[in-house]
Write a protein that binds this ligand. Structure first.
Ligand code: HEM
Length: 123
């Protein structure tokens, strides 16, 4: 996954590398052919994981805006992408502002909570 011959600038956050003319780019190796293993022991949860992540990310982006953190003057702070290296690779901690996209989105979020949590603000 970090071979620059396959993915130029592999550490750069650059999801567009997988897209061409609004569709999946067939000239770029699909990471799904690697990340779930191979052959008889290939991950049996791969479709579940893929669908679950799609639903999770789509649901979060549908109702929340995720914005850069603000400095003491209320100006957005430019974030630097720093990726950890090791067996698991993930972005290093960073601040952000997460807020509902609209009053409708806020209502959707509150309605998805268990009853005791969605009413706790009113008590
Ligand atoms: C993004 C999420 C996931 C990734 C990247 C992932 C990746 C992998 C990899 C690399 C293997 C080893 C395959 C091999 O030996 O060649 C594996 C095995 C396995 N995974 Fe996943 N997996 C994910 C999610 C899941 C989920 C959600 C489940 C269950 C609901 C699951 C169940 C399993 C099981 C049971 C094995 C062992 C298969 C065997 O040894 O026969 N995985 N996974």
């Amino acid at each position: 996954m970090h071979d620059p011959e396959i993915y130029p600038e592999p550490d750069r956050f650059y999801p567009e590398r997988f897209i061409k003319d609004g569709k999946s780019n067939p000239d770029v190796l699909d990471p799904a052919t690697l990340i779930f293993g191979f052959g008889r022991r290939i991950c049996p949860g791969r479709y579940f994981a893929d669908a679950g992540l799609f639903i999770l990310i789509a649901s979060v982006l549908h109702v929340f805006e995720i914005l850069p953190p603000l400095d003491e003057h209320g100006k957005p702070i430019k974030l630097e992408h720093v990726q950890s290296h090791g067996l698991l690779s993930y972005p290093e901690n960073f601040g952000c502002v997460v807020k509902p996209r609209s009053a409708n989105a806020a209502a959707l979020i509150l309605n998805s909570l268990p009853e005791e949590q969605s009413t706790s603000e009113e008590t």
